[in-house]
Design a protein around this ligand. Structure first.
Ligand code: PFF
Length: 450
């Protein structure tokens, strides 16, 4: 429930770093490129950017409002703002989504640890593009190794959540996030100076409007929600720790811009190389993992670069898994009055179980599909393309219909001390445009308009 004595993030930079850490992660660097690859390239990029501006930014500001105004976790927030109503279902949807995302996200995070290991032991050296692909398949479809790394990652996350050493992570992020940025730029430069890159650049930047289908639009919307961490209460939980003086508007803009920049850099890093090395852009979740080692091979001291890169990627993933874990842990801890320690254990054990099933779905459980998707993909689909947009839609309807405009404006302008120039446009977006747009995208995907 509401707790006026809640801890808050220390510094302004701390607020931004933690929130950027939550948003920037595997979503931009691993998921974004393969979504672009599977959904027709630049056409997807275009819809993604439109969704980011029209839905992503306003919804992020709205979640910041809910979090700081209620000073409560994702589910509790709705109980504070609308006691005795069913609106807290939005929070439960979010807590469940966070838990499920953490399940498959931990598997991919584990893959980054395997690549750190391989870089350390020199096993990424002297291979052809075909061998990188083959080796990745052998690894990801095996039983024990990927599960082992997944468990290591969940344990790391657990330790940070329980011992509250976020401060250390915050401090490390101050150096490591800019470092990740720099190394992405370096890899972009290497990628665009490979032979035959124009095909890759055209694929990423030159939209073929004929490719914008209902499923491309749904995927782009899903990517927006996933990569900005919106629609599921994660940012509500984080904003509940924001201080009174935090500027919610500029924080949202900074996080959105940085996150989009990282995604763009990831695209420029991946696609020229994909076409140059003859990799299929439609291969799916493995795309980054089979493309990057090829780029590192082209650099002097390739193993060293790949070692540094995967460490930074693992850290970016860790700041996101911490936030996902925190959503579920804070919920169980505060709503069931259980110790944080116990709550964290429940979450970690549950996540390891789901993670193991997701990991096995690349190998022994491959034949077990839901709607034609392996379990890993099905969970990704369910959370990113259904639960998060649905959550975002309900968040908008909630604030649009239940919160007085005056209250909303006061919170977003820190009681009038900072301006909000486009407040009416923003209010219109969240009350009408966003819910209708998300609804139409859902219905369109179901084929209602055909
Ligand atoms: N936005 C994160 C990423 O792009 O890697 C993933 C994520 C983190 C989604 C936290 C949702 C969330 F609550």
């Amino acid at each position: 429930m509401a707790n006026k004595e809640r801890v808050t993030f220390g510094s302004k930079l701390g607020v931004i770093l933690a929130t950027v850490g939550c948003a920037v992660g595997l979503g931009s660097i691993w998921r974004f490129p393969y979504m672009v690859g599977e959904n027709g390239g630049a056409a997807f990029l275009l819809v993604f950017i439109i969704c980011t501006i029209l839905l992503g930014l306003p919804i992020m500001i709205t979640e910041f409002f809910i979090g700081r105004h209620s000073r409560s976790n994702a589910a509790g927030a709705f109980k504070v703002l609308a006691p005795g109503t069913k609106w807290s279902l939005i929070g439960y949807n979010g807590v469940l989504a966070a838990f499920l995302i953490l399940g498959f996200y931990s598997v991919v995070s584990g893959w980054t640890l395997e690549y750190i290991w391989q870089a350390m032991t020199g096993s990424l050296e002297g291979k052809t593009a075909a061998e990188f692909t083959e080796d990745f398949h052998a690894f990801s479809s095996s039983i024990f190794r990927p599960i082992f790394w997944m468990i290591v990652f969940v344990v790391l996350t657990h330790v940070i959540i329980v011992f509250g050493v976020e401060k250390g992570i915050e401090r490390a992020s101050k150096i490591m996030m800019p470092a990740l940025f720099l190394i992405l730029i370096l890899l972009c430069v290497r990628s665009v100076t490979l032979p035959n890159v124009s095909e890759g650049l055209n694929f990423f930047f030159k939209p073929d409007f004929g490719k914008i289908t209902s499923s491309v639009v749904l995927s782009a919307m899903g990517q927006t929600f996933f990569s900005l961490s919106i629609g599921m209460g994660c940012l509500i939980t984080y904003a509940s720790y924001f201080g009174k003086e935090t500027n919610l508007q500029t924080t949202a803009i900074e996080v959105t811009v940085l996150n989009t920049l990282v995604a763009l850099l990831a695209g420029v890093m991946v696609f020229p190389a994909v076409f140059s090395f003859g990799i299929e852009p439609t291969v799916g979740p493995e795309l980054v993992f089979i493309t990057l080692p090829n780029i590192f091979e082209q650099l002097p001291f390739g193993s060293l670069w790949s070692f540094v890169f995967f460490i930074l990627l693992a850290l970016a993933a860790l700041t996101s898994t911490i936030s996902l874990h925190e959503v579920s842990t804070a919920y169980i801890h505060e709503e069931y009055h259980m110790s944080r320690n116990k709550a964290a254990w429940i979450v970690s054990i549950g996540v390891i179980l789901i993670g193991a099933i997701c990991s096995l779905s690349f190998g022994v459980l491959k034949e077990f599909t839901i709607g034609g998707l392996i379990i890993f993909d099905a969970l990704d689909f369910l959370t990113a393309k259904i639960m998060m947009p649905l959550g975002g839609m309900m968040i908008c309807i909630f604030v649009g219909t239940r919160i007085e405009k005056k209250v909303l404006k006061e919170e977003l302008t820190n009681k009038g001390s900072i301006p909000f120039y486009f407040f009416n446009t923003y209010a219109f977006f969240i009350k009408y445009l966003a819910p209708v747009a998300i609804g139409v995208i859902f219905l369109n995907e179901l084929g209602i308009f055909k």
